[in-house]
Write a protein that binds this ligand. Sequence first.
Ligand code: SPV
Ligand code: MG
Length: 345
Amino acid sequence: MIHGDNWNNGPEKVIRENVVSLLKKYGGELIEIPYTRNDSVKKIDRQLREKLSMPEYRRKRLRQLIDMRPIVKMIEAHSGLTGLIAEKTVVEEKGRLDQFDGMWVSSLCDSTDRGKPDIELVDMTSRLRTIDDIMDVTTKPIILDGDTGGLTEHFVYNVRTLERKGVSAVIIEDKTGLKKNSLFGTEVEQSQDTIENFCEKIRAGKRAQLTDDFMIIARIESLILDKGLDDALSRAFSYRDAGADGIMIHSRKKEPDEIFEFCDNFRKQDKGTPLVVVPTSFNTVRECEFASHGVNIVIYANQLMRAAFPAMQNAAEEILRNHRAQEIDNSLMPFHDIIRLIDEI
Ligand code: SPV
Ligand code: MG
C-alpha cells in the first residue's frame, strides 16, 4: 500500500494502525511517501471541497446517507462557527472514526441566537441568511426546521428556494396558529392542524419541488399534545400517502416508550419511509437502539447552543465579580488557538 505520511498524526492515525495490522496478516508492505504540500495539492483539496459543497451534490447526500448508514446523525448548527464544529469534529473510538453526518438548522436555536422566542418570529429571509453562513464554510447536508411551513401559498416558494440553495430536507410540523416550541407541551396553548389541511400543504410542496433529491418530512405533534398513539399513527400514514418523504415523531417524555411504540407500529406497516427522532428529552437512548426500532435519522437539536450559553454567562459573571479577566482564563480557549481557528483561503 502506498500512502502519504500525513496520516501519522491526527484522527487518521487510527486508520493507519488498522492498515498496518491488516497488511501484517498477509505480509503486505506499507510504503509511505512524504506528503506533498504545495499549491497544486491545495488546489485539488479545495476543488474537492468546492464540489462537495455545491447545491447539486450537497442536496442529494442526505438520501444517499439514509441508504448507506444504519443511522444518520445530525447536529444543530446556527452559525458559521457551529457549522464548522458539526463539519470538523471527529472522535476515535475503538479503532474507528466517528463524526456527524450533517446539520439541523433548528428554529429554537436560530431564534435563541438572535435573542428571540421560538414562535416563527425569525422570518425565512433571516433563516436563509443563517443557512448561507453555514453553507459558506461546510460541505455536509442540511435539514431545515421549517416550523409549520407557514401558509401553503408561501411554503411552495420556500421549497423552491431551499432546493436551489442545496438544502437536503425541510421538516414541517402539523401545528397551526401561533407556533410555540414543542417542549412546552400542553403548558401553553398549541393547536394541531387537521389531517386534510396538512396533507394539502405536503402535496403542494411536493408539486412545487423540481428535483428528486429534496425531501419534505412531516413532523407529527400528537404525542406532544397528548393526542395519543393512534392519532399519531393515522396521521403518519396519511402524511406519507400525501407524499411526505419521511416522518418525524416527537415526544417530550423522558422515557422513550411512546417513541419506540410509534416506530415499532409504523414499521409493521411501512418498512421504507424514513423515520426521524429528536431525543432532547429521551436522551438516554443510544443511536443503535433507535436504529433497532427502525429510526433512520437522529437529530441532536440544541446541544451546541445549550453548551455555549452557560459557558458565556459564567465568563461574563466571573469578569464582573473579579473586575478583571484573569480568573476565567483557564476555562477559555487559548488566545493563540482562537486566532487560528478559522482557516484562511
Ligand atoms: C427545534 O430545534 O427548533 C425543534 C426541536 O423544533 S424542539 O425544540 O424539540 O421542538
Ligand atoms: Mg423548531
